[in-house]
Design a protein around this ligand. Sequence first.
Ligand code: C2E
Ligand code: CA
Ligand code: CA
Ligand code: CA
Length: 278
Amino acid sequence: AKESGRNAYRFFLPEMTHRVTHRLQVEAELRCAIETGELRLHYQPQIDAATGRLCGCEALVRWLHPVRGLLPPDQFIPFAEQSGLIVPLGEWALREACLQQVRWRDAGLPPLDVAVNISALQFRRRDFVATVARVLAETGADPARIELEITESALMDATPELVASFDQLVALGLTLALDDFGTGYSSLSYLKRLPLRRLKIDRSFVDGLPDNPEDVAITSATLSLARDLSMDVVAEGVETEEQRTYLRSRGCGAMQGYLFSRPLGVKAFGEWARERTA
Ligand code: C2E
Ligand code: CA
Ligand code: CA
Ligand code: CA
């Protein structure tokens, strides 16, 4: 045991040093990337289940890295969360999504709901509501068409302050959605206390529809809970016609997934939207 302990130590150390160096390097690069404008938002269409029409989109961040190309969020969001850089990154994403909504409006596209992901770290900041209000005022975006997506981890300690700031966000005219519903481990009591308008059914549950009995049970329960609480539901990760048919027949209001479109850059999204609304 002692032998293996020493080996473990010997092998662990350089590996750990490497990881720490890597982390610090990514953090430094990411800090620069936010300042120099290497981040991009891609937009994934959301479809009204009843009409099949485009009804909104979700803004998803990418990093256009000068050497490594277009990086998906999994490769840098965890570093951003660890380092706190998610706060300026998230503010950038909110501002950019608001600006894009205004650009689309000016270009004559029909009004679109734009959903933006907000990290728990952002919500916990005292100045969050003020920041959002400032971004809305500076960009001229329509708050009624901006949705903030939060995950259950942001609600783990639903303090009176948190509840108050949610109410203030709603008073600003924004919509709040609960992302990755069912994957966290908080109690359902926050659904009663917080002004959440939409639930997003996580892709991990949509995956097994319509055959996997557990996924069917969780999806039906979510849909009926939402109905009883007068909330809307968006299913994410819809990839097949069968999933679409199933979800529509169960009263799911909106869908998002590769069946309709992957997240698209601004230009491609504009073309996609025009083709479908012409
Ligand atoms: P998410 O918020 O759950 O976003 C949905 C993810 O599912 C996106 O991955 C999207 O591309 C992917 N997806 C959508 N439809 C399908 C489908 O039909 N099949 C499959 N296999 N995947 C699908 P993406 O863009 O890689 O984003 C990953 C995560 O990164 C997001 O998960 C979100 O948690 C985080 N993220 C992205 N942008 C931001 C941001 O601006 N701020 C914060 N805090 N997090 C972000
Ligand atoms: Ca999301
Ligand atoms: Ca999600
Ligand atoms: Ca997710």
